[in-house]
Design a protein around this ligand. Sequence first.
Ligand SMILES: Nc1ncnc2c1ncn2[C@@H]1O[C@H](COP(=O)(O)OP(=O)(O)OP(=O)(O)O)[C@@H](O)[C@H]1O
Length: 237
Amino acid sequence: MIQLQGVEIQAGDMRVGPIDFQIEQPAYVIVCGPTGSGKTTLVETLAGLRKQRKGRIVLGGVDVTTMRPADRDIGYVPQDSVLFESMTVRQNLAFGLHARKVRRQEQERIVEFLAARLEIQHLLHRRPFGLSGGERKRVAIGRAIATAPDFLLLDEPFSALDPPTRHSMRQLILDLQLETNCTVVQVSHHEEDINALADVVVHMSGGKIIDVVRRSQFDGELKPGIRESTVRIANFT
Ligand SMILES: Nc1ncnc2c1ncn2[C@@H]1O[C@H](COP(=O)(O)OP(=O)(O)OP(=O)(O)O)[C@@H](O)[C@H]1O
């Protein structure tokens, strides 16, 4: 369960919140809204990268309100897919595993598995400089999911990709979500992302959540091959 209770964040002159909502896991949540509406601020707050002024955040039954980012069970892919430039792709993928002191052999097994799944085996020895936008996204996603987090936060993960690459990345993320049963919170402006991925859509405007829509309320069909969403919205502002 993702629970936000009275969460308020100050982002420069803008007040984001108060935000109250509750979503049952696992779910694919898409956060949309006009530019500057507070989407990134909300996701960064979930990741623990921004401090909220007020309120409480509970993820999977754990109150993470004051927890450091590294202690939250979260994988995060920021908007610009920042990678560790001095490390190889292999080291980038293994970063979270290394930090958690996972045995070397197990780290290697997971990195090989991810590289195969993300089709980046041929890049493992390279450093991020010179990787294409799509390749960087794959590495950033692999690094975020290496520790099998329960929550995956994606800030416009498909931006600047051409339509065929967007399509294959969308399918990849959906497969990963179904394989790992994690809950994804993705910022996106794109209707195709909502149609192909979302169990629930959170609409933001002016720093507030103005609407939350479940898949069963969408026009159109269920996501292909996807179970009926168990998402339940308790309340929202
Ligand atoms: N550190 C900061 N200092 C000043 N203003 C900030 C800061 N961080 C965020 N803001 C402002 O808060 C507002 C919300 O920003 P945010 O990045 O969350 O919007 P967004 O909905 O993700 O936008 P976009 O779709 O353009 O990425 C914006 O007006 C932004 O300029």
